[in-house]
Every structure is written in structure tokens, then in C-alpha cells.
Write a protein that binds this ligand. Structure first.
Ligand SMILES: *[C@@H]1O[C@H](CO)[C@@H](O)[C@H](O)[C@H]1NC(C)=O
Ligand SMILES: *[C@@H]1O[C@H](CO)[C@@H](O)[C@H](O)[C@H]1NC(C)=O
Length: 540
């Protein structure tokens, strides 16, 4: 009995062993069959969350997407004629940490040498043909002067925003050159182990795949050394994945130098803050050297320097806010025209302000930076109520807390910029501002007369001076109080030329007289000239 059982067991073991070795021997077909069964459904290869951002210049575009399984990163693009199709391969990276529920494979491809003001069509794909995505298109911003540049600006947008669909539709209807999301993205990118980030990027895809989606980190991106932020976005002048200790960059679009900085470094790491401050100074010094070509400097960082909110726990409500302490002097000295932030879930506009004092109560030729805080889209997560702090610097605060809104920034030319805030529920304009700045400069300097562009900026100021009561040379030059007329330089140039002609005439009067004598007092040539003119006219 025992022996019989023993034999049966041995036989069983033998047959199992045989079966395994048999499997090994016929490995190729079995493996192939297995792969067919195990092959992930094509859905796992499908590119999702496609979004784009400008590269180091406006002639470059980063294209990003995510897939569930590993695949190559390929973009095929053309300008409308498939004959011109180009194919570029990029990088694939796996994002594992805090991402058990998210798509793990992130893809990045950079397109280069794009032509300004040109529309490009593109698809993204992996190795196999059936991974081809839908086709999207984007238009490269113009570089020539004379174009208006329009941007959408907001902060603090997550998946729960009530008016998300309105916002996306608005972005598609208007011709925005880029969208600036000034920190606090998705609440949070790594929320629910990556699911929240995926959901956000999938929701904004229809816009972010067509309009460059430019970001900076906010406090909600700080988790795990900004890991998800650095993998899910690619920004100008940074490698990808972005280095978590350098989440700042600058970018020129038309006449604007955008400076995108991290306010979080001031709360994370002193050493990193020093590195950023050094970079900011160098970048802004450089920007001031090319100021006549790129007159506007617009800076964006997540946390504001000034705010009238009732939450006394916030940095901007401290007696000396950290962000203000670190940046205000620098931005004033470098003549930053506009500073835009989020973080507070409300909207506020200041007068041109320096050291808690408004330098004026209008936006004509500002003598200090203007601050805007546009974080209302975050009010579904937390409402920040406004409070009257009695400061003279606050020009406008949104009255109804909790209303979602966004900013529309339009740069018309070297001197005029407009800013509008629109309510998302109905598109109504709730605030509007024009900045007229003919004297872009480090603000501790008096307005200077710029010699380039002598014919620019005729118009309003000149008309004003026509009506003004000054007389004589001052009226002619358009000097009114401390202000110089917009065409001051032109007139000065004319005066200068007249002066030069007079001086030359005086110094070289003998030579001038001789010249006149040679031509007209020597009768012979003059008579000949007359004769030839006479014969010419009689011929006619
Ligand atoms: C990430 O952030 C969430 C909330 O924002 C927090 O609860 C969690 O502890 C953070 N994780 C890490 C690793 O910091
Ligand atoms: C700049 O744009 C504004 C607004 O459109 C306009 O009023 C102004 O005349 C323009 N200036 C120049 C020099 O084109």
C-alpha cells in the first residue's frame, strides 16, 4: 500500500517534471502565445494627458504625455502638408513614487526650429501604429513688433473647480498665446497616489494640447521634493525631468521678458533661495540690457508680496512677509513692470507700490511695480475673504468671495498693456486696468530719454500737452511737471539738428561762402546750367 502510494507520487513528480521540461523545450511557441495573452490591451499604450509648453525660445515646443505601459516617445508634426511631416523622438521616464494609481510612463519630446506665427499639426505615438493619438495643432507666437500678445493667467486650479468647463472653452475661443498657471496645480498632482494629477491633466488636455501651458510650483507641488511637478511638466531652459533645485526660468515672448520664479524656495531651503536670488539678479540685469527690444518685464511667482486677506497666518499678512523681504528691492531696482501671483484664493490689484507705499494712484508711467493676485479658482478648496487693512496701496479687491475668475493679459506694444479679470460663471469683466509705460527702466532711475525709437509714442501725451498751459520751449518739448512728452525725443532731435547746422554754418562759413561762389558767382557754369534747363523745357 505504502509502496504503491510511493510509486504513484514518484510518477506524479516525474510527469510534472516532464511537463515543465517539455514546456521549456517548446518554449518559443508557448512564450509567443503567452505574450499574446499577456500583452496589455492597446488602451494601455494609448497616449493620454497630452500637453505642450514653450521651449527655450518661442521657436521650440515641449510635447508631453503619459501612458500606462512603457513605449517610445515619438511626435510627428507638419504645417498642414503631410509631405513636410517630420518625426522627432524624445525620452520616456517612469514615475513610481506616490503614483500607484497613476499612469507610470511619462513622455517628453522637444520640437525645434519652429517658424514664428505658423500653425503646426501634430500627433504623438509610441512604437506601434495603433498608438497614434488624435491630431492637435498649435500656433507659434509671432516675433515681429506690431503684434498684440494675449495670455490667460490664473493660479490655484484643481479638478474640483466649479467653472472648469467655462474656463477651458474660454481658452479655446480666444486666441491666447500661452496660459500661465502660477502654482498650485490639480490639488495635488500626487493626490490619491497620482490619480488626481492624471485626472487634472486629462481634463485640461483639450486646451493644454493646443496652447502652451506654462507653470511654476506652488506650495501644493512641494511634496516629495516636487517630484510629480518635475516629471509631469517641462519648462524653458531646464532639462527634463526638471531639477527640483532649479524650478525657475525666464522666457521672451514678443516685447515681453517673463521671469518665472519659485516662492517656495524661501520656505524650503536657504541655500537654494540664495541660488535663485543670484540667478534672478543676473537674468534681470541681462533683461535690462535688452530693454529697448523687450521693454516689458513681467514676473510671476506663487505667493504674493502684498495681500488684503483676513487670514493672518499667511506670509503676505506678516509685518515683514518673507517673499517681499527677499524680492521687493530687487524687482524695484530692476524695473519689473508687473508681478503676478496666486496662493490667496481671491483677487487683488495694487497701485504701483514700493515699500508699502503707492507711488501714484494711476498706471500712467508707473514708478514702481504693480502687483496682481489671481487665485480665485482655488476658492472651491478654501475661500479667502478680503479685509480692509487701511493701506492706501490696494486699488481693487474682488467683492464677492468664492467667485471663480481668471486674468486676461494683453500686451499691445512697447508702451501699452491691459489686464482684465473675468468671472468664470458668465464671462463678465469684473476689473480692468491699463498700464501706460513709455519709460521702462530700473525704478530708482529717473525717466530717461531713450534715443532708440525716436518716432514712437506720439499721441496721447502730445495731445495732452497741446491742451496744457505751458508756453515757449517747454510747451514745444512737451515738458509738464516731471513728465516729458512722448515725442520729446523727436523734438529734441530736431532742435539738435538745427543747432548742429547753425554751428557748422558758423564755423565753416568761409568754406560755405566759397562753395556758393563757385556755383553761382562763376558766371560760366551757371549760364551753361541755365541754357541747358531752358532747352530742356522748350523740348517739353
Ligand atoms: C503630501 O501631501 C499631502 C497633503 O498635501 C500630505 O498629507 C502628505 O503627507 C504629503 N506627503 C509627503 C511625502 O510629504
Ligand atoms: C500702443 O497700443 C495702444 C493701445 O492699442 C495705442 O493706443 C497706442 O497708440 C499704441 N502705441 C503705438 C506707438 O503704437
Amino acid at each position: 500500500m505504502y509502496a504503491y502510494t510511493h510509486v504513484r507520487l514518484v510518477c506524479l513528480a516525474w510527469s510534472i517534471a516532464m511537463a515543465i521540461t517539455a514546456d521549456d523545450k517548446v518554449a518559443p511557441p508557448v512564450l509567443k502565445a503567452n505574450r499574446e495573452i499577456l500583452k496589455p490591451p492597446s488602451e494601455s499604450y494609448k497616449p493620454q494627458q497630452i500637453h505642450i509648453s514653450l521651449g527655450d525660445t518661442t521657436s521650440e515646443m515641449n510635447i508631453m504625455w503619459a501612458t500606462q505601459v512603457h513605449d517610445t516617445s515619438i511626435v510627428e508634426f507638419h504645417t498642414g502638408d503631410r509631405q513636410d511631416m517630420k518625426r522627432v523622438e524624445g525620452q520616456t521616464r517612469k514615475l513610481e513614487a506616490d503614483n500607484t494609481n497613476g499612469l507610470k510612463y511619462l513622455h517628453h519630446v522637444k520640437l525645434e526650429d519652429l517658424l514664428p506665427q505658423t500653425k503646426y499639426f501634430y500627433n504623438v505615438r509610441g512604437e506601434a501604429d495603433d498608438t497614434l493619438s488624435d491630431q492637435f495643432s498649435f500656433t507659434v507666437p509671432p516675433v515681429m513688433a506690431g503684434n498684440t500678445h494675449t495670455f490667460m493667467v490664473y493660479g490655484d486650479l484643481g479638478t474640483k473647480a466649479k467653472d472648469m468647463q467655462f474656463l477651458l472653452q474660454e481658452a479655446l475661443n480666444e486666441k491666447y498665446e500661452a496660459i500661465f498657471h502660477v502654482g498650485d496645480i490639480a490639488y495635488d498632482l500626487d493626490g490619491n497616489e497620482g490619480e488626481t494629477g492624471d485626472k487634472f491633466l486629462q481634463t485640461v488636455e483639450k486646451v493644454a494640447a493646443r496652447i502652451p501651458y506654462m507653470t511654476i510650483p506652488g506650495d501644493h507641488e512641494r511634496n516629495h521634493s516636487y517630484l510629480h511637478y518635475t516629471y509631469r511638466f517641462a519648462m524653458p531652459n531646464l532639462p527634463w525631468p526638471m531639477p527640483s533645485d532649479k524650478l525657475w526660468y525666464s522666457l521672451d515672448i514678443g516685447p515681453i521678458h517673463f521671469v518665472m520664479y519659485s516662492t517656495e524656495v524661501f520656505f524650503d531651503d536657504e541655500v537654494n533661495a540664495e541660488v535663485m536670488l543670484k540667478w534672478l539678479k543676473e537674468d534681470l540685469d541681462q533683461a535690462n540690457m535688452q530693454r529697448s527690444a523687450k521693454p516689458w518685464i513681467i514676473a510671476m511667482g506663487h505667493r504674493p508680496m502684498y495681500c488684503s486677506v483676513d487670514d493672518i497666518g499667511d506670509d503676505c499678512r506678516r509685518t515683514v512677509p518673507v517673499v517681499r523681504r527677499e524680492l521687493e528691492d530687487l524687482f524695484f531696482a530692476e524695473g519689473v513692470d508687473l508681478i503676478i501671483s496666486g496662493h490667496q484664493h481671491f483677487y487683488e490689484r495694487t497701485w504701483p507700490i514700493y515699500k508699502q507705499k503707492a507711488t501714484q494712484y494711476n498706471y500712467r508711467h508707473p514708478s514702481a511695480p504693480v502687483h496682481l493676485t489671481i487665485g480665485t479658482l482655488g476658492s472651491v478648496y478654501k475661500i479667502d475673504n478680503s479685509i480692509n487693512l487701511g493701506g492706501q496701496w490696494s486699488a481693487f479687491v474682488i467683492s464677492e468671495a468664492g467667485k471663480e475668475s481668471f486674468g486676461r493679459l494683453k500686451v499691445y506694444n512697447a508702451t501699452h498693456l491691459s489686464w482684465e479679470v473675468r468671472e468664470c460663471s458668465n464671462g463678465k469683466v469684473v476689473d480692468r486696468m491699463w498700464i501706460n509705460q513709455p519709460y521702462h527702466r530700473p525704478f530708482h532711475k529717473q525717466p530717461e530719454v531713450f534715443l532708440p525709437n525716436p518716432l514712437g509714442e506720439m499721441g496721447q501725451e502730445w495731445l495732452d500737452n497741446q491742451r496744457s498751459e505751458s508756453f515757449g520751449l517747454e510747451a514745444f518739448l512737451g515738458i509738464k511737471g516731471n513728465h516729458y512728452g512722448d515725442d520729446f525725443q523727436t523734438k529734441l532731435t530736431v532742435l539738435f539738428c538745427v543747432f548742429v547746422i547753425c554751428v557748422v554754418g558758423l564755423i565753416a562759413r568761409k568754406k560755405v561762402l566759397t562753395l556758393i561762389r563757385i556755383c553761382c558767382l562763376k558766371k560760366e557754369p551757371c549760364n551753361k546750367l541755365k541754357a541747358s534747363l531752358m532747352s530742356d523745357s522748350s523740348n517739353v
